[in-house]
Design a binder for this molecule. Structure first.
Ligand SMILES: Cc1cc2nc3c(=O)[nH]c(=O)nc-3n(C[C@H](O)[C@H](O)[C@H](O)COP(=O)(O)OP(=O)(O)OC[C@H]3O[C@@H](n4cnc5c(N)ncnc54)[C@H](O)[C@@H]3O)c2cc1C
Length: 551
């Protein structure tokens, strides 16, 4: 195939691959322009855990979870908190359509492509404690068998097959710097050819130019991802409602998540909405084996670890591990310090610590049953144990006094008072003698264990953390970690980019994270988790199908 394509797709991440797949199904020719090398196909989705938000799935029903479209819609809208007239116009419609997709043909669409799910369903973002407020009322986080690479693979396989049929051409190391606009419509892209790179996936690559390029097509789909790898942009757009932007955050995404295409698209005439909405994490740890600069990993915690701020104050209700990411974020920034502490024991780490990232879950990622079985053996899963032993943020000791000394030694100022922590830990341990408690965190643990799946694989039975038979004691210093961009290019339900005057920008489409996963902010202010890969799939599919229909 020559460079004459029907459509140019900018970015070979999940959203770009899905749009390309849909276009090639309809026989359209696609030129995929990507700044990284071929090793990075699938981009962020490859690194992801592959968690998918589904509603009333067979997996949920098998576990006795009663979910429904109405309950999910209530949760989504309570979490999103849409409150802006113009900026939330399309996001509201995308949210409704997306929840219907998650309760409708999402699972079948992926199943038909060969994607398979784990039988267990995780309960992420358990919420703020009010039925109409933030959070998932029931578990909805479906883990893919094969994690992120499994999700990428089902689309990539089809795209490679289409490449063999002459329908797809990849232009790697081609960085788009400009959209070409002719008579008010987007007709192509211009940019810089970067020097070849043999870097491994995820490694920050050079930006040394070796040439220029220009390609033309009937339409361009921008699928370039968010801003999470560019902390200057994160700070520039920082939501003041969460407090002052942190001085430092770990980076939860590769360096190519640089946000450049947002500005490039805006200067061509595309409208950006909800730029102050983002989804970062409070449970980041420094990767002892980093791939990209300042690489942080997120702990996906079960509910039992005790959570303290930098000065040793227990985080207030409902800021328990895994309940309310944004509420906890605000509490932390208001505390005047940018890190917090988990205190737990060996029993908790073994069952309740999951690490987000495909490379941190080799059993699920490589579909390795033998390795998977090791999870039921005594001891933490291998990657968690490696962090416990080698991670710069872990302190492991046999008694609380030594633990607190170790925690103080890890920070610039020794802010923790042993007596304060001891009083809090002893008081909490007294609350686990009954099956009920006035301590809401203990009550939440009992509540979670009413769900068989949580009881078996995720939530440890309430027990005394200070009892040495459950030891050693473990403290983990938690950093703030960048990840997702919730705002972005405003798009209609066909993923067409909208201009500042509200009209459609002819020839220009956007999908995935750059479009706030659809509409410029399908999540509103907060997310229910597992909704991002699905957002790439839904919005990438919408772009591909609309173009296949209209070209
Ligand atoms: C560790 C980790 C765990 C995650 N876990 C989950 C999960 O369990 N569930 C979930 O739903 N989500 C998860 N996510 C989020 C999800 O993976 C991402 O939001 C999603 O994959 C984004 O896909 P995208 O196609 O929009 O953008 P990206 O994956 O960022 O791809 C964009 C591509 O565009 C290219 N590009 C950018 N600018 C240009 C340019 N100017 N010229 C040419 N090319 C360009 C980039 O190089 C990149 O290849 C996780 C993310 C990470 C990093």
């Amino acid at each position: 195939m020559s460079e004459q394509a029907d459509v140019i797709v900018v970015g070979a991440g999940l959203a770009g691959l899905v749009a390309t797949y849909e276009l090639t199904r309809a026989g359209r020719k696609v030129l995929v322009v990507e700044q990284e090398n071929a090793a990075n196909l699938g981009a962020q989705a490859f690194w992801s855990l592959g968690g998918l938000f589904l509603v009333n799935s067979p997996e949920q029903r098998r576990l006795g979870i009663k979910d429904s479209l109405e309950l999910a819609m209530q949760d989504w809208m309570g979490t999103a908190g849409f409150d802006r007239e113009r900026e939330d116009h399309w996001p509201r419609q995308w949210a409704k359509a997306y929840v219907e997709f998650a309760a409708g043909d999402k699972r079948q669409y992926l199943h038909d492509l060969g994607l398979r799910l784990m039988p267990n369903v995780g309960w992420a973002e358990r919420g703020r404690g009010m039925a109409l407020g933030h959070g998932n009322s029931v578990p909805r986080f479906h883990l893919t068998w094969g994690t992120g690479p499994g999700v990428v693979d089902v689309f990539l396989t089809k795209v490679i097959a289409a490449q063999k049929r002459g329908l797809v051409t990849f232009k790697h190391r081609h960085q788009v710097d400009q959209l070409v606009v002719t008579d008010g419509a987007v007709t192509g892209v211009r940019g810089t050819v970067l020097e070849p790179s043999s870097d491994l996936r995820g490694v920050k690559s050079s930006r040394t130019p070796i040439g220029e390029f220009e390609f033309a097509a009937q339409a361009v789909v921008v699928t370039s991802g968010g801003i999470g790898g560019n902390y200057e942009l994160v700070k520039k757009n920082w939501p003041e409602r969460l407090g002052k932007a942190p001085k430092h955050m770990l980076t939860g995404v590769p360096a190519h998540v640089d946000g450049r295409m947002l500005e490039i698209t805006e200067s061509a005439g595309g409208n950006i909405v909800n730029r102050d909405r983002m989804w970062h994490y409070t449970e980041g740890i420094q990767n002892w084996n980093p791939i990209w600069p300042n690489h942080g990993i997120r702990i996906i915690p079960g509910p039992s670890s005790m959570w303290f701020d930098a000065t040793g104050k227990r985080l207030p209700v409902p800021n328990f591990p895994g309940f309310d990411t944004m509420g906890t974020f605000k509490y932390i920034l208001d505390s005047g310090h940018e890190y917090t502490w988990f205190i737990l024991d060996q029993k908790i780490i073994e069952k309740e610590f999951a690490l987000s990232g495909s490379e941190q879950n080799p059993d699920f990622t490589n579909r390795d049953f033998k390795l998977l079985l090791e999870r039921i053996k005594k001891g933490a899963p291998g990657p968690v144990e490696a962090f416990k032993q080698k991670g710069a943020d872990f302190v492991v000791r046999n008694n609380l006094r030594d633990l607190v000394d170790g925690m103080n030694a890890l920070t610039d100022e020794p802010l923790l008072d042993y007596e304060d922590i001891e009083r809090e830990m002893i008081a909490r341990d007294r609350e686990v003698d009954n099956k009920y408690s006035k301590d809401f965190q203990v009550t939440a643990i009992h509540g979670a264990r009413n769900l068989l799946a949580d009881k078996i694989v995720r939530v440890v039975a309430p027990h005394k953390i200070l009892d040495s038979k459950n030891g050693p004691l473990i403290a983990v210093r938690l950093h703030l970690l960048t990840r997702k961009t919730l705002g972005g290019l405003e798009t209609n339900l066909d993923s067409q980019v909208i201009k500042a005057d509200g009209s459609v920008f002819d020839g220009l489409y956007a999908a995935g994270e750059v479009a706030g996963f659809g509409g410029g902010g399908v999540h509103g202010y907060s997310a229910l988790e597992g909704t991002f890969l699905g957002g790439c799939i839904f919005s990438g599919r919408a772009a591909g199908r609309a173009l296949a229909r209209d070209l």
